[in-house]
Design a protein around this ligand. Structure first.
Ligand SMILES: Nc1nc2c(ncn2[C@@H]2O[C@H](COP(=O)(O)OP(=O)(O)OP(=O)(O)O)[C@@H](O)[C@H]2O)c(=O)[nH]1
Ligand SMILES: [Mg+2]
Ligand SMILES: [Zn+2]
Length: 251
């Protein structure tokens, strides 16, 4: 706005809607993407190997900020390889946790229509470890972009951190896709321990635990522990939760 003297002044600072945050490697709260409608966590089922812990942290962080999130399982052309994770099994686990899961291959084009539908009309940030295939997915939608795509180190099976800065790419007048650099770690140290349980959405649907301040750890009559035992909640998801609950300053 301009005041009577003709000077500009700030009338209002709008909240940054839809923010993806983590705790940075030096222990500070870091905004990875702001003003987004959706974060898509991109994970490759192999090469580099899938990291469940990373996925669960990124999703928990999105929940904490009430940011809608979805999961893309990329490189499904590698399914069946010795060390590949099962896209079907993971699809069930994360679908049950309430997330839209899309299985893709940026190489064969499998699942790309579904991926396009997922992001259509939204401002979306892609997040994942290096070489999960974030840039390849964008490139596959927009071949004329000629973005830099890296390789996987054959010895370490790790990515080479090819994308070095975040970049917002306009796909059409209403769809924007943010490519981001691969993250080595996704600490959620900024989330208070007592609130972590709210960041695992499927704990909610498992029947309210009768203990009000329950951390759903080992309490004998805890509804969540019981649901894990019965197979109604995925054991690995619960393990991820417990890990976050007990870790200290692992930036
Ligand atoms: N087999 C297979 N390889 C893929 C697929 N998607 C990407 N790749 C390969 O994975 C490697 C890394 O791809 P990138 O798109 O650079 O990965 P990124 O997630 O952008 O990595 P950073 O920019 O380092 O974070 C490249 O060699 C790609 O060709 C896929 O669906 N299947
Ligand atoms: Mg990249
Ligand atoms: Zn409980």
């Amino acid at each position: 706005m301009i005041n009577k003297q003709g000077a500009w002044y700030v009338e209002e600072i709008l909240d940054r809607k839809g923010m993806l945050e983590r705790t940075s490697p030096v222990g500070k709260r870091q905004v990875l993407a702001a003003n987004i409608d959706l974060v898509v966590v991109v994970a490759s089922i192999a090469s580099p190997p899938l990291r469940r812990g990373f996925i669960d942290r990124a999703l928990a962080s999105a929940e904490w900020n009430h940011l809608p999130a979805a999961l893309v399982l990329n490189k499904i052309d590698l399914a069946g390889q010795k060390e590949a994770a099962s896209p079907d099994l993971l699809g069930k686990v994360y679908g049950h946790a309430g997330y839209k899961v899309v299985k893709t291959s940026a190489i064969t084009g499998a699942g790309m229509e579904e991926f396009k539908t997922l992001i259509s009309g939204k401002t979306v940030a892609l997040a994942g470890i290096s070489a999960a295939g974030k840039t390849s997915l964008i490139q596959s939608i927009h071949p004329e972009l000629s973005l830099k795509i890296g390789a996987v180190n054959e010895k370490t099976s790790k990515g080479k951190h090819t994308t070095v800065s975040a970049r917002l790419i306009r796909l059409d007048s209403k769809t924007f896709l943010m490519d981001t650099p691969g993250l080595r770690a996704f600490s959620v140290d900024h989330i208070p321990r007592s609130e972590l349980k709210f960041c695992f959405t499927e704990f909610d649907g498992a029947g309210a635990c009768k203990f009000r301040d329950c951390l759903h750890e080992t309490e004998p009559e805890c509804a969540i522990v019981e649901a894990v035992r019965k197979g109604l909640i995925d054991r690995e998801r619960h393990k991820s939760y417990l890990k976050l609950l007990h870790e200290e300053n692992t930036f």
